[in-house]
Design a protein around this ligand. Structure first.
Ligand SMILES: Cc1cc2nc3c(=O)[nH]c(=O)nc-3n(C[C@H](O)[C@H](O)[C@H](O)COP(=O)(O)OP(=O)(O)OC[C@H]3O[C@@H](n4cnc5c(N)ncnc54)[C@H](O)[C@@H]3O)c2cc1C
Length: 444
C-alpha cells in the first residue's frame, strides 16, 4: 500500500480552501518537468524541509539542485499549518530520549529545537519574507485539575512562568476550560504559506530549479545515479532527498513502507472578531496557545482579528467524514470560547502531519540505498523543526559529516500493527484520558 488515507488527501490539484491560501500572494510560477534534467541533488517535496535543504545546498555548497513537487511549494502541511513556530518535533520525553540514545541526546535535541526557531527567524530576515510574525512566546493551558496540579508542581522549571486563571485573564487569555497555564518565551506565530512561498522565491533566486505538478512516480538506482521519473520526464542525480513527510508515497522508496504514520489535523478560522467581541470573551492576546489534552487543541488570534482553532484527530480523509470532524472541532471551539459562538467559520481545511515508528524525526541515509536520504517525521511540529532538519541534512547530501541530532539518525522501525487500528485505539484511549471538555472553576 502506498498511502494510508483516501485519494482526496493526496490529489495535487485539490488545494485546501485555507485562509492562508486566501491571504497569500500568488506562488512563484514553477514549470512542470518536461525533459531529461540532471543535478547534483534531487529533492522530492517542496515544503519547509525540502526548500531549506535546497537553499543550504545551493548557498553553502554551490550544488546544482532540483526540487520536484507533486503540486507546488507549500501545497502540503507547510502551507496548511497553524503557523506556530515553536519547540517540538518528537513525541518523547527527555528521559525516554536519554534511555534510547544516551545522556547527551536530550540536551542536544533541546538545543536543536531552539536553533530551529532561530533558523526560521533568520530565514525571514535574510530573505526579506514578510510572514506576519506575531509576539514571542507560547502558552500551554491546563485542561484539568490534574494537569494544573502537575504544572504547579513543576513550577520554576526552565524559566517557565506559571499563570493562574486571574493571570491568564490579565494577559487576555480567558478560555472557559483552562484551569491555569504556563508561558514560555520561545517561538512566535507566522503565516505559514507566506513563509513557504518566501522560501521558494529565495530558492529560485539562488538558482534552485523547482518543478511543480511533477509527482515522482518511480525512483531507481543504476551506475551510481538515481533516476526520478514523473511520467515521461526524468531527473538524474547522484543524491536524492525524500522530504515528503505526511504526503509520502510509501513506495518511494519501499523501505519507507509502514515506518511512518500520517495523521490528520484540522483547522477552522472565523471571520474577524471586533475588539468588543474579543473583550467579551476576555481573549485579546495574539500569543500562540495550546491545551494539555493528548488530542490537543491549538489556537490563536490572527493579525486581522480572526480566530484560528486547530484540532487533531479523525481517521478518514473522505470529505463527509472530515466535515463531521470539523463540526466536532467547531463545537469544541464554542465550548472553550462561548462568547465567540456567534462568529461563523469562514475557512476550514485539513492536512497530514507525520509520526514515525520511533516517535522521533528521521534525518539521514536510507539504509542500503547509496546516496538516498530522508528528512521527515516532524510529529506535527515542523515549522521550525523541518526547516532546521532540511538545513542540517544538506552536508550529508554533499558526502560530508552533518550535525543532525543523534536522536534523528536512528531509522524508524515499521509499525507492528495496522496503523488505522493503532490510530483508532490511540485516539479512543486519549479521548478517555482527556475527559470531556468542562468549564474550569472561576478561581482554580
Ligand atoms: C493542519 C496542520 C496544522 C499544523 N500546525 C503546525 C503548527 O502550528 N506548528 C508546527 O510546527 N507544525 C504544524 N504542523 C506540521 C507542519 O506543518 C509540518 O511538520 C511541516 O510543514 C512539514 O514540512 P515538510 O516539508 O516536511 O512536508 P510538507 O510541507 O508536507 O511537504 C511535503 C511535500 O511533498 C510533496 N510530495 C509528496 N509526494 C511527492 C512525490 N511523489 N513527488 C513529488 N512531490 C511529492 C507534496 O506535494 C508536499 O508539497 C501542522 C500540520 C497540519 C497539517
Amino acid at each position: 500500500m502506498s498511502y494510508l488515507y483516501e485519494p482526496a488527501a493526496y490529489t495535487p490539484d485539490i488545494w485546501p480552501e485555507s485562509y492562508w491560501r486566501a491571504s497569500s500572494p500568488a506562488l512563484p510560477p514553477c514549470p512542470t518537468l518536461t525533459g531529461p534534467v540532471t543535478a547534483d541533488v534531487a529533492i522530492i517535496g517542496a515544503g519547509y524541509a525540502g526548500l531549506n535543504a535546497a537553499l543550504e545546498l545551493r548557498e553553502r555548497f554551490g550544488a546544482e539542485v532540483v526540487v520536484l513537487d507533486a503540486a507546488a511549494p507549500g501545497w502540503g502541511a507547510s502551507g496548511r499549518n497553524g503557523g506556530f513556530c515553536c519547540l517540538g518535533g518528537a513525541n518523547l520525553s527527555p528521559a525516554q530520549i536519554t534511555r534510547r540514545v544516551g545522556a547527551l541526546a536530550a540536551p542536544e535535541f533541546d538545543s536543536y529545537q531552539q536553533r530551529a526557531i532561530d533558523r526560521v527567524a533568520d530565514n525571514l530576515a535574510r530573505y526579506g519574507i514578510d510572514a506576519d510574525r506575531g509576539p514571542a512566546g507560547e502558552v500551554l493551558l491546563a485542561h484539568s485539575a490534574r494537569t494544573w496540579a502537575a504544572m504547579q508542581a513543576q513550577q520554576g522549571a526552565d524559566g517557565v512562568q506559571l499563570w493562574g486563571r486571574a493571570a491568564l485573564r490579565d494577559a487576555g487569555l480567558n478560555c472557559a476550560t483552562a484551569w491555569g497555564g504556563t508561558y514560555r518565551p520561545e517561538g512566535f506565530p507566522l503565516h505559514p504559506l507566506k513563509y513557504a512561498r518566501g522560501l521558494a522565491v529565495a530558492a529560485q533566486a539562488a538558482g534552485v530549479r523547482i518543478y511543480g505538478d511533477s509527482p515522482v512516480k518511480t525512483l531507481d538506482h543504476a551506475n551510481g545515479l538515481w533516476s526520478l521519473r514523473t511520467g515521461a520526464a526524468q531527473v538524474q542525480a547522484r543524491r536524492v532527498l525524500i522530504a515528503t513527510n505526511g504526503y509520502s508515497d510509501e513506495r518511494l522508496p519501499r523501505w519507507l513502507s509502514r515506518r511512518i504514520l500520517p495523521a490528520l489535523s484540522t483547522i477552522i478560522v472565523t471571520r474577524p472578531l471586533s475588539l468588543a467581541e474579543r473583550e467579551a470573551q476576555g481573549w485579546t492576546s495574539h500569543l500562540m496557545t495550546y491545551d494539555s489534552r493528548t488530542m490537543l487543541h491549538y489556537f490563536r488570534l490572527l493579525p486581522d482579528g480572526r480566530f484560528l482553532f486547530g484540532a487533531r484527530g479523525g481517521v478518514s480523509a473522505q470529505p463527509e467524514r472530515l466535515a463531521r470532524f470539523t463540526a466536532r472541532a467547531r463545537a469544541e471551539f464554542e465550548a472553550m470560547f462561548p462568547a465567540f459562538a456567534q462568529a461563523e467559520t469562514t475557512h476550514d481545511w485539513s492536512g497530514l502531519v507525520c509520526l514515525t515508528g520511533s516517535m522521533a524525526p528521521f534525518c539521514g541515509p536510507v539504509p542500503g540505498a547509496e546516496g538516498l536520504f530522508a528528512a521527515l517525521g516532524w510529529h506535527g511540529n515542523g515549522v521550525a523543526a523541518a526547516s532546521e532538519g532540511g538545513r542540517r541534512i544538506a552536508p550529508a547530501l554533499m558526502g560530508l559529516p552533518d550535525t543532525t541530532p543523534a536522536l534523528f539518525k536512528r531509522p524508524p522501525p515499521r509499525f507492528p500493527l495496522p496503523r488505522k487500528l493503532l490510530l483508532r485505539a490511540g485516539m479512543a484511549a486519549a479521548l478517555w484520558r482527556d475527559g470531556p471538555l468542562r468549564p474550569a472553576p472561576e478561581e482554580a
